[in-house]
Design a protein around this ligand. Structure first.
Ligand code: DGJ
Length: 731
């Protein structure tokens, strides 16, 4: 039983293979959090709750004269708000009389087979391999007709618990929601570090680790997207946790807009963890009878360190979030013309790249920005999704057919959510752009953002996408989004609803993506937002791969891909070999290394193949063969981080297949010194009792020996050189 309920219906235990999560509705109706950690037998752990009379921690009226009962320190699942819990609240409601108090009391529960879904938003879905179970706990607000449903999904075998919530206005007057997070949880004991993934455009998801103390650690985005600056995922772990040992909790937000995520110790050293839509620039008016759904958070616990935690996320996102025919199908090796030509291309240039690509075995040409409207730089044309036949020297139909005749697939770039002021679309519909009347809008990349909350905007975009995609042979779409959002003003539903707009924008994007996939289910979609500015679990529901970063420098990519790997599977990571000196950093790295780094992702090229040497062309052929041969190992196998950026003078990672028959370890030398000492790395994930042959030197040793004594490369690597070492099981 994944969901265990006590006889009196007040003690709830969720079990996964290796973890248990327990809650208890106390006699006053407060839903207390008792435990999340190693699997238990589900015994009642409410004796862990320690009550005391603490000064300046008041008592709710139902406690009467009992001064030991305080919402200010009880560990809760849905903290009440404005009634004596002075820590961060989770759901803040402004009632019609202007008051903001909310005391949430246990009302009822329901258990159902199958996982829950949230209208208009992605969430984990059931598969033949595993069907989830759902516990719904309803709480009522003590003095109004507002109800909150806490949703708990359990994927027992996958070691995953999900949380989401719904707020329902059952009263006669509207209420304003001023804050609705998706989850709050108080861990009563223990000190934790928080690991989060921060950065900037072209340098996303750098892992950082901070101790959580009373000042708290908080990340988030108010940019309208999940952002380059902070990824919507975090890990809480014991201070000594590393890849192989220690308690780790993961929290991954299934949402692509503004978010907040935090962990903070309270006065009694309990840790409150929260995740949800950012309360800044947010309010939502809930009319009588209306329901607001907060997006899903995916939780996982590992007592065996970070690698095991990552594995749970890789599997659940790959199997229960990514959808469609491309979920497991091998992705085509592509060549994208962006870094080869930028906007400066014509038919001849494209065909020259394509024919060289076809000759080398590349499987798809992707035509990036600049094929539509008037778009020879990034100052004009967005919104005018009409083929520029003059620039293309003919129709897209012709071009796509010609590419197909070369034996390749054809992909196309779009940036549907944006509009240039210098475009026919903007001239016809200036009111479709997000601007505030009376204020000159802020521009990002000299472009404005379309109001995706408007149905007429979505209709226009779907009609344009449909027209282009049904009139040419298109197998792949890169869906880009190249600025952060501001100037929020609701021109369609009145100023009082402006606080809803950021969220309605995200729902609008999801609706358009859903409509697009319904019409073109065969198309492989690659998400993008200036690289990885919208690299989140929710986007994986639509696009099984996302362009990881605009930074294609193989050395910078080591830390970007390292940070990305904590939550997201390799199959989701778009990674390309580009030209050197690298366009973002000016660094030169051997062609082989560029390939070995991009091989830890959905692989492709982004350079002019006519500009590379014959030797490099030969390497392209070899890389494509390797990618095909290693595909199931890299895209479905288990991933191990063997080093941390900046700690050693090399980076190493490893893949091991499910049956532990085949492993591949990649090393990249990041620093080099005179008279170098040999490097040494451990090997992970092998079967200790079996024998493995190392294809680097032919040595045969037991898995235990490779994992215990490790491996030393048989040659010194120069700076930026790489080495790929395979292990094959012999017994
Ligand atoms: C940003 C993307 O990340 C790039 O790969 C490229 O598609 C440009 N946009 C095109 O404008």
């Amino acid at each position: 039983m994944a969901i265990q309920i006590s006889e009196n219906g007040r003690l709830f235990t969720l079990h996964t293979k290796n973890s248990s999560y327990q809650m208890f509705a106390d006699p006053f109706g407060t839903l207390l959090h008792l435990y999340y950690g190693k699997r238990t037998d589900g015994e009642n752990l409410s004796d862990l709750i320690f009550r005391t009379d603490m000064g300046f921690s008041g008592n709710p009226p139902e406690a009467g004269s009992d001064r030991t009962y305080s919402l200010d320190y009880l560990p809760q699942e849905l903290p009440s708000s404005g009634v004596g819990d002075y820590r961060d609240d989770c759901v803040r409601i402004r009632h019609a009389d202007g008051s903001c108090a909310a005391r949430f009391l246990f009302d009822s529960f329901q258990v159902s087979k199958g996982s829950y879904s949230l209208p208009g938003m992605p969430s984990l879905y059931d598969t033949d391999a595993e069907t989830g179970e759902t516990l719904t706990i309803t709480l009522r607000e003590a003095c109004s007709d507002v109800r909150v449903q806490l949703l708990y999904g359990v994927f027992e075998q996958a070691d995953i618990i999900t949380r989401a919530l719904k707020v329902w206005n059952g009263g006669q007057t509207p209420v304003d929601l001023e804050k609705v997070l998706s989850m709050s949880m108080d861990i009563p004991f223990g000190d934790f570090d928080m690991i989060y993934f921060a950065g900037r455009h072209a340098m996303e998801r750098t892992a950082e680790r901070l101790p959580v103390r009373r000042a708290g650690v908080r990340i988030g985005s108010v940019r309208g997207t999940s952002s380059h600056q902070y990824n919507p995922a975090m890990i809480l772990c014991s201070p000594n946790a590393d890849e192989d040992a220690g308690d780790c909790y993961g929290f991954c937000f299934v949402y692509s807009g503004n978010f907040t995520a935090s962990a903070q110790q309270d006065q009694r050293n309990q840790t409150r963890i929260q995740m949800g839509i950012h309360p800044d620039f947010f309010s939502f008016r809930l009319a009588p009878g209306e329901v607001f759904c907060a997006p899903q958070v995916i939780l996982s616990y590992s007592s065996r360190g970070l690698t095991a935690l990552s594995r749970s996320y890789h599997r659940i996102l790959r199997e229960h979030m990514c959808r469609g025919p491309w979920k497991h199908a091998r992705r085509p090796v592509l060549i994208n013309n962006w870094e080869a030509t930028y906007f400066d291309f014509n038919r001849e240039k494209l065909l020259a790249i394509a024919s060289q690509a076809a000759e080398l075995g590349i499987e798809m040409l992707v035509l990036d920005d600049g094929w539509f409207g008037k778009r020879d730089d990034d100052n004009s044309g967005l919104g005018d999704w009409f083929v520029n036949t003059e620039k293309l020297g003919g129709t897209l139909t012709d071009l796509s057919e010609q590419i197909h005749r070369m034996g390749m697939k054809f992909g196309l770039w779009f940036e549907p959510e944006m509009v240039s002021e210098d475009s026919d679309l903007y001239r016809a519909h200036p009111d479709w752009a997000l601007t505030i009347p009376g204020r000159e809008p802020n521009r990002g990349r000299n472009q404005l953002v379309l109001n995706m909350a408007r149905p007429d905007v979505r209709d226009y975009l779907l009609e344009r996408l449909t027209d282009i995609l049904s009139n040419a042979k298109i197998d792949y779409v890169k869906w880009d989004m190249n600025r952060s959002i501001c100037d929020i003003f609701s021109s369609c539903s009145g100023t009082e609803r402006t606080g809803e707009l950021y969220h309605r924008y995200v729902l609008g994007v999801y609706e358009l993506l859903e409509g697009f996939l319904a019409r073109f289910p065969h198309i492989l979609l690659e998400g993008c937002s200036g690289g990885g500015g919208r690299f989140d679990a929710a986007m994986l529901y639509y696009s099984p791969q996302i362009w990881c970063s605009d930074n294609t420098d193989a050395v910078n990519r080591l830390s970007i891909q390292y940070g990305t790997s904590f939550f997201y599977p390799v199959s989701a990571v778009g990674a390309h070999v580009s030209a050197c000196p690298n366009h973002q950093t000016g660094r030169s790295v051997p062609f082989r290394t560029r390939g070995d780094v991009a091989m830890a992702g959905s692989f492709g090229y982004e350079l002019d193949l006519n500009q590379i040497t014959d030797e490099e062309k030969e390497q392209v052929r070899e890389q494509i063969n390797s990618f095909r041969y290693l595909y199931s190992l890299t895209h479905e196998g288990d991933y191990y981080r063997l080093t941390e950026p900046g700690k050693d003078d090399f980076m190493a990672w490893e893949f091991v297949d499910e049956n532990r028959e085949h492993a591949m370890l990649t090393i990249v030398q990041t620093e080099s010194f005179g008279n170098p000492v040999p490097i040494h790395t451990v090997v992970k994930g092998l079967d200790p009792a079996k024998k493995y042959r190392c294809l680097m030197n032919g040595a045969v040793r037991s898995g235990a020996s490779w994992m215990g004594a490790g491996l030393t490369p048989d040659r010194i690597l120069k700076q930026y050189e790489s080495l790929v070492i395979e292990f094959v099981r012999e017994s």
